[in-house]
Design a protein. Structure first.
Length: 269
């Protein structure tokens, strides 16, 4: 029951993000503009992939040219499914990265609104804009690299009968959700001085099922073209709510009214 409670609490966190952002229609519509623009680009890329998928799978399987038509078609269909699944994994992470970069000020505003409503909001970090942008870019590139690294073994595992059509899609979704979660909790973690990617992963590991309960539905919704336009602002708000549940004990919202110790060992008010 505890395991299910954590998962459903994660789902509830995403729904709570929807509730909070829909009460701010102006902020919601502003937050929907960047994903609308990036959705157009990624839909064009996905359509191009699907249109050329038959040619691509034929090119990738020259060894099947002399096979019986039924076997060759089966292999190419399986390969097509794997290619699309791997592409969706990369596209959703890339979509999130590009959208957050385009709408950074807007999503910071959403995170601030959520923090203010929940109470005990920390002050925004006093950091030069250029340094902040370079750090965000570095983390985004690291997450994209991780998604590529994960997609490669999943791609080859997709050729394993049964496993490739059942286990691999599930693993792809879990990996994609995990990396997406690391993106969406970033703003709240940064505001508390937890600026490294390893800090975000440590937070997600602190409550794995809660994190996946939030991130996997968000990943699945963001993988649907143009549905992502409506989901992205809510996922940003939900990511801030989630982050507050994942913070180390010294930085939890309940403890923020008391003197605490910054991760580098310096006391702060």
């Amino acid at each position: 029951m505890t395991l299910l409670r954590e998962i459903f609490t994660g789902i509830g966190t995403l729904l709570r993000g929807f509730s909070m952002i829909l009460r701010r229609p102006k902020l919601f519509f502003l937050g929907a503009l960047p994903p609308f623009l990036t959705s157009i680009l990624f839909v064009i890329a996905l359509i191009a992939l699907l249109v050329r998928l038959d040619d691509l799978t034929t090119w990738m399987t020259p060894f099947a040219a002399d096979w019986a038509p039924g076997w060759a078609t089966t292999v190419r269909v399986i390969l097509g499914i794997v290619v699309v699944a791997a592409s969706v994994l990369l596209m959703v992470i890339g979509f999130t990265t590009v959208t957050l970069a385009l709408g950074s000020p807007l999503y910071d505003m959403i995170a601030e609104e959520v923090e203010e409503e929940l109470g005990n909001a920390p002050k925004a970090p006093d950091e030069p804009l250029l340094r902040s942008l370079l750090r965000a870019l570095r983390i985004s590139l690291a997450l994209i690299s991780l998604s590529v690294a994960a997609a490669i073994p999943l791609f080859f595992a997709g050729f394993i009968p049964v496993v490739g059509q059942t286990v691999v899609p599930v693993l792809s979704t879990l990996v994609g959700g995990w990396l997406l979660g690391a993106e969406l909790i970033g703003s709240a973690f940064d505001r508390r001085g937890l600026v490294r990617l390893r800090d975000r992963f440590a937070g997600l590991r602190r409550r794995r099922l809660l994190s996946l309960g939030f991130a996997v539905p968000a990943f699945l919704l963001l993988s649907i073209p143009f549905v992502a336009v409506l989901v992205f602002p809510a996922a940003t708000a939900g990511g801030t709510i989630l982050a507050r549940s994942l913070l180390p004990p010294s930085l939890t919202p309940q403890a923020e009214t008391e003197p605490s110790r910054h991760p580098n060992g310096v006391s702060r008010p």
